[in-house]
Design a binder for this molecule. Structure first.
Ligand SMILES: Cc1cc2nc3c(=O)[nH]c(=O)nc-3n(C[C@H](O)[C@H](O)[C@H](O)COP(=O)(O)OP(=O)(O)OC[C@H]3O[C@@H](n4cnc5c(N)ncnc54)[C@H](O)[C@@H]3O)c2cc1C
Length: 388
């Protein structure tokens, strides 16, 4: 069997690695001409880490991951700690430490594991077609490639999804913008092994460690969609939005590199159950585009990759049944995570200010157990984290 994979993001690369693990020949096509991930880092929660372990990348992942021993919530205005708790109960319960990882590091790790020089960069797929014996991808330069199956891991704006669903779908603006980047770890911002989140006014500022004594940081700002962004103004924009916030937030704004600070408008997509048309399937953000509010989009893409492997393994020589079985294994779980993230997004970003105020009050009473229960609920339920 062979597979063509469109997109060399974390979904496409883990899918390629997973399929090759069971002897499927893969070819990966990526529109960008070089590996340049958008965004600074992600939190790979324990389910994502378990997927990477399954793919034989446990040691590399551990070396790239930041050590998060504790989490804290801090009042954005006063700097007062609302709650602080150990991550150990979570690690004990799910059997794996989560790892925040710089995106460039994660992407390199996956591409190197597959073979950087095997990836066909600079190839933009413009159409895909199913056929009785093979499926075919058509590229902008007019070239075509056919295989037993085509896996569209072509991200949130997927054209494979358009093909599978029979038309375009509209994504929904979630109401906030995420400014993110990497900065040297500094106690003035937060403790080196803590995931610190400042909250107030339906906005949040968060830092968490990644390898190399760095913090991944992000600022969630409730602002209109489509505003012009001049990177050089990042510091001024953030100073404006967080003028009366705590000293730790200002230490972060002072330390960040404006030229390397990304502005990402956050959108998501209503879950849908049709992921497959004949020999063509979607995977990752193409199949389930979520807000990042529970940090599960990329983890879910990795879960797709493992589920795809198992479906193909269990239906040798029968692509149609394998892909239907993949869809059945994944659509409900992935859709649930999208809806959970949406719910969390609304609470965090003050959709109903009374609900957000109640959450802030709860954080002051929190000993960690409710938050950990919620995170464990997100982590459990995928292929490598089955619920007993
Ligand atoms: C601000 C932010 C924070 C996030 N934080 C987290 C987090 O903490 N934890 C987590 O698990 N997830 C997080 N996510 C989600 C995560 O980034 C995505 O779920 C993940 O990147 C999806 O991977 P993917 O491979 O499906 O898509 P992508 O990473 O988008 O990759 C798709 C690839 O396909 C290529 N491509 C697209 N169209 C074509 C085409 N026509 N032809 C050829 N190539 C094409 C693109 O160039 C791209 O390289 C976050 C997202 C955002 C926006």
């Amino acid at each position: 069997m062979d597979a063509v994979i469109i997109g060399a993001g974390m979904g496409g690369m883990t899918a390629a690695l997973a399929l090759e693990q069971i002897g499927v020949t893969t070819r990966v096509y990526e529109r960008v001409t070089e590996n340049k991930p958008v965004g600074a880092a992600i939190s790979v929660w324990s389910n994502g880490v378990k997927c990477l372990n399954y793919l034989g990348l446990s040691e590399q992942t551990r070396l790239l991951g930041g050590i998060v021993d504790s989490m804290s919530y801090v009042d954005g205005h006063t700097g007062e700690t609302m709650c602080r708790f150990s991550m150990q109960p979570l690690i004990d319960e799910v059997g794996q430490r989560p790892y925040p990882i710089a995106r460039a590091d994660l992407q390199h790790m996956l591409m190197d594991a597959y073979g950087m020089d095997r990836i066909h960069f600079g190839q933009t797929m413009v159409a895909v077609e199913d056929g009785p014996d093979l499926a075919t991808a058509i590229f902008a330069d007019g070239s075509t490639v056919s295989a037993d199956m085509i896996i569209g891991a072509d991200g949130a704006g997927s054209i494979t999804r358009e093909y599978v669903l029979g038309g375009p779908v509209s994504r929904r603006y979630a109401g906030y913008v995420n400014y993110n980047g990497l900065v040297a770890a500094d106690d003035a911002i937060g403790p080196a092994t803590e995931w610190t989140t400042y909250v107030a006014d339906g906005q949040r500022v968060s830092v968490m460690p990644v390898a190399g004594d760095r913090f991944y940081f992000f600022f969630d700002v409730v602002e209109a969609q489509g505003l012009a962004y001049d990177r050089t103004a990042a510091r001024a924009v953030l100073r404006h939005h967080f003028a009366d916030w705590a000293p730790g937030v200002h230490a972060l704004i002072d330390a960040l590199n404006p030229a390397a600070t990304n502005r990402v408008e956050i959108l998501d997509l209503d879950p849908f159950d049709t992921w497959v048309k004949g020999r063509v399937a979607v995977l990752g953000d193409a199949a389930h585009n979520t807000t990042p509010d529970i940090g599960q989009g990329g983890c879910s893409a990795m879960e797709d990759a493992i589920a795809l492997q198992w479906a193909v393994r269990d239906h040798p020589g029968d692509v149609h049944t394998a892909l239907q079985s993949y869809q059945l294994a994944r659509a409900e779980r992935a859709g649930e995570l999208v809806l959970r993230a949406r719910k969390r997004c609304d609470v965090t970003h003050g959709k109903d200010p009374a609900v957000t105020a109640r959450w802030y009050a709860e954080l002051r009473e929190e000993d960690g157990s409710n938050i950990i229960r919620g995170i464990v609920g997100n982590i459990m339920g995928g292929p490598v984290t089955p619920v007993e």
